[in-house]
Design a protein around this ligand. Structure first.
Ligand code: GRF
Length: 189
């Protein structure tokens, strides 16, 4: 049996596919895991990732509203369920600084590049175009500046001559699925 009481409660924010959510759920079930996925919030009604929440009987909410309303509803859920950490996983909105302050808990993000390189979108295309030898992923704290908060952990992959944005994305994604849980277990004491 999992020791639920000692595990930290995580809310995962998603917008789409949810493969990082899926791997967080899987890894949270390991005995050594220090966290439990307690809540899933999507800003898209049709996000595929919501199905992983339902399948695993995790409370989930789809709030497809303007940012302010999304943030207010999310904040009340975070308080109601006494969430300890928010994890952004393919969450495609930029949270306001007021949300970050009011949440009063760490907010963490995963980004598909070796930050500080390639903040923002289309990271794989940009990494290949600028002839990088390596790319990878970064798990970091969310701060008011986009993709710029303190780095927790990075994983590297080699960019081969034959790589295109699609093949690179899938190599990086594999590492993302390891990195996110590893980073959480690292920061939770
Ligand atoms: C991942 O590459 C993540 O790093 C980026 O968006 C993608 C989301 O994928 N922020 P998924 O929804 O977790 O499958």
């Amino acid at each position: 049996m999992e020791k639920l009481t000692t595990k930290k409660k995580i809310a995962v924010f998603i917008s789409g596919r949810g493969s990082n959510l899926k791997s967080l759920i899987k890894n949270s079930k390991l005995k050594k895991s220090k966290f439990k996925i307690y809540l899933v919030i999507s800003n898209k009604l049709t996000a595929q990732g919501l199905n992983y929440a339902k399948f695993n009987k995790i409370k989930s909410f789809a709030i497809e509203k303007k940012l302010k309303e999304f943030e207010n509803k999310s904040l009340s859920l975070i308080k109601k369920y006494k969430i300890n950490y928010i994890c952004l996983a393919g969450f495609m909105r930029i949270l306001s600084s007021s949300f970050i302050k009011k949440a009063k808990i760490p907010i963490i993000n995963i980004h598909p590049s070796l930050l500080p390189k390639f903040k923002g979108l289309n990271t794989h295309e940009r990494a290949i175009k600028s002839k990088q030898k390596f790319s990878g992923c970064t798990v970091h704290y969310v701060s008011e500046k986009l993709d710029s908060g303190k780095i927790i952990l990075q994983k590297k992959v080699k960019i081969l001559k034959k790589d295109n944005p699609k093949t690179l994305a899938s190599k990086v994604l594999k590492q993302e699925h390891k990195a996110y849980s590893e980073a959480l277990n690292l920061i939770i004491n």
